[in-house]
Design a protein around this ligand. Structure first.
Ligand SMILES: Cc1cc2nc3c(=O)[nH]c(=O)nc-3n(C[C@H](O)[C@H](O)[C@H](O)COP(=O)(O)OP(=O)(O)OC[C@H]3O[C@@H](n4cnc5c(N)ncnc54)[C@H](O)[C@@H]3O)c2cc1C
Length: 582
């Protein structure tokens, strides 16, 4: 059976939204389970999403690494070690069932990727912060994206991919998700797809911040669509920040990772020449957990111990204490080369320090899913970075790429089973019509608020108030400002009325989603009155295991965002290990 059109609405068995690692894996798995699949993607198959740009080292335990690839992984590294490292770095608020499936399934998924043609380069060395041994196997995001795209094409008519479509909302009927609608921005057309099951795999929402490490298309659409349809999300206050640089004195092209410089002996210094990491983690110093380093860097900047630059505050990363040949050696590292550092940069590093600041990296909170990818709504499944619960308060480096394959595969299988058991439900005509009107409104409106201006305003707010170092007072203000900005949504208008590739039109549709995601972050961060992982509260600087070994869950109730907490045996599931303090 192929996808078919029914009165302007196309029909399929399983609809997958997003074509990164998680989405494509879900599509392949649903097709392997006998279902007709359609994939909607905001970009072009194989050429979009964070997966394409990722490192990409991905984690599996050392035993499996040796067994599958013959790489000389540390013999002490075992599945249990990867499991515990993930929970420790996540500061005990991970859903242990999700972690368990990651550790158990990752070897199988990686083996499959290799069978499909993925070339592995070796172990990701040295061990990333928080890993007792190097768990990562490395390849490239481009390699993975090419292999998955090729596999999807090999499935022929069983998987239809529709490029340049922004899904805008889910279709629901009697509490079940029955499809989705969106904008085909290449042609300016409204699209409606009726499906027996839907998998959301739309990645993060980094575009609410002005500078970040992700592709621009990440505007939090999946989180917002799920929320509007009534699904639960969790731990939205938890997102990863990472120490980055623009090279001084050269003009910036993009923010670049500094992780490898720090784990190879680089020093972070404030303007008084102090290695401030000694206050936070005297043993690991700059090689401490990424969340801790990011909080420390930002506190130095915010408290005036950094420098002020044209692009904001910064501290210094120096390698001048190291012999020059170490710096030369590092210039040959595959990861550093991939971050676009040039010979000129390394010559500069021998004489001078470089600017270090923090930027948002991956999302850790998101749609609440169980280990099979089911959300809290019937017919809706989710996988990858759009979901929450696996990483807890901080993500172990290398776990996100593994997550895409493991969760993508499980969600695809679950969606296929659901589709096989359930007939397609009727689409509500008035819902369809109002969602169509919503899509066209910013194009048809004569004049009003500029969507790009709205985005800039939100990005300014997020960079000041939603970054990792927070306070109750500034979070309250953020919530107030977001409420104010929401009033402008019905007045958003694209100035250009060209229906094809209209950037402002798409930005207008993204604006609502980004505002919802910003509100989720602000309200959840306000509720978590403690500091944990990437979430640091000036007014509650300590980690409070007595009261806060909990997830923060949110959902839409009567158009309002409602938050509540859940402790074990809720989504936390201390199934295998219990926190040492308990
Ligand atoms: C520079 C960089 C380096 C990284 N390095 C590593 C690493 O080494 N190891 C690691 O584990 N993790 C790494 N990560 C994180 C990891 O890459 C991501 O978490 C992971 O790839 C996310 O995959 P995903 O499939 O969930 O989302 P993505 O790959 O981001 O895909 C999301 C998809 O959804 C589509 N989409 C979004 N909104 C819509 C919409 N409304 N309608 C239709 N389609 C939509 C997008 O176009 C895209 O196709 C890195 C991330 C970055 C940015």
């Amino acid at each position: 059976m192929t996808a078919k059109a029914t009165g302007g609405t196309v029909e399929t068995d399983v609809l997958v939204i997003g074509s990164g690692g998680a989405g494509l894996y879900a599509a392949i798995e649903a097709a392997r389970n006998g279902q007709q699949v359609m994939v909607l993607t905001k970009g072009v198959l194989g050429k979009n999403g964070a997966t394409l740009t990722s490192g990409a080292d991905f984690n599996l335990d050392g035993h499996s690494i040796r067994r599958l690839f013959g790489f000389t992984a540390d013999p002490r590294d075992a599945p249990e070690i990867l499991f515990e490292d993930t929970i420790n770095v996540g500061e005990w608020i991970n859903n242990q069932k999700l972690v368990e499936t990651l550790v158990d399934d990752a070897p199988q998924r990686v083996k499959e990727l290799v069978d499909w043609g993925t070339r592995m380069e070796g172990l990701a060395m040295p061990a990333r912060p928080g890993c007792r041994y190097p768990h990562g196997v490395k390849t490239t995001g481009l390699e993975i994206s090419n292999v998955l795209a090729k596999k999807v094409k090999q499935l022929g008519q069983q998987v239809t991919v529709r490029d340049n479509i922004m899904a805008t909302d889910l279709l629901t009927s009697n509490g079940r998700v029955v499809g989705a609608v969106g904008l085909d921005f290449a042609h300016g057309d409204f699209v409606a797809i009726k499906a027996k099951a839907v998998v959301i795999a739309t990645g993060g929402g980094q575009e609410i911040f002005p500078i970040h490490t992700y592709p621009k298309e990440m505007s939090g659409d999946g989180q917002a669509m799920g929320y509007r349809a009534g699904a639960e999300l969790l731990d939205m206050e938890s997102m990863q920040f990472i120490t980055m640089t623009f090279l001084h004195p050269y003009p910036p092209t993009s923010a670049r990772f500094l992780i490898l410089f720090m784990s190879n002996g680089g020093w972070l210094l404030n303007k008084h020449g102090q290695r401030f990491m000694s206050k936070w983690d005297p043993q690991n110093m700059e090689d401490a957990r990424r969340s801790l380093v990011a909080v420390a860097v930002n506190k130095e900047i915010l408290e005036g111990r950094g420098w002020k630059g044209d692009r904001g505050g910064y501290v210094a990363l120096s390698m001048r204490h190291l012999p020059e040949d170490i710096i030369d050696y590092l210039s040959g590292d595959w990861y550093i080369r991939r971050c676009l550092f040039s010979k000129r940069d390394f010559d500069h590093l021998k004489k001078d320090s470089i600017e270090a600041f923090i930027a948002p990296h991956s999302f850790q909170g998101g749609l609440r899913v169980d280990e099979n990818g089911s959300t809290t709504l019937a017919g809706l499944f989710a996988a990858g970075e759009v979901t929450g619960g696996l990483h807890g308060a901080d993500r172990l480096a290398g776990n996100a790429v593994s997550q895409c394959f493991v969760q993508g595969s499980r969600a695809g299988r679950s969606a296929a089973r659901f589709a096989a058991k359930n007939r397609s439900a009727e689409v509500n005509k008035s819902q369809l019509e109002s969602l169509r009107e919503k899509v066209f409104a910013p194009l048809e409106r004569k004049d009003g608020v500029s969507p790009l201006e709205m985005r800039r305003r939100l990005q300014k707010l997020a960079s000041e108030k939603l970054i990792n170092v927070r306070s109750g007072e500034s979070l309250e203000k953020a919530v107030g400002e977001i409420e104010e900005m929401k009033k402008s949504l019905p007045r958003l208008a694209a100035r250009s009325k060209n229906p094809r590739y209209n950037r402002e039109w798409v930005a207008a549709l993204e604006a609502e989603n980004s505002l919802v995601v910003a509100e989720m972050i602000a309200r959840s961060a306000l509720m978590r009155t403690e500091s944990r992982g990437n979430h640091y509260r000036y007014d509650f600087p300590a980690t409070d295991n007595q009261n806060w070994l909990k997830n923060i869950i949110l959902r839409r109730v009567d158009t309002k965002m409602r938050l509540f907490t859940a402790a074990p045996p809720g989504p936390l599931h201390f199934a295998r290990v219990t926190p040492p303090e308990r």
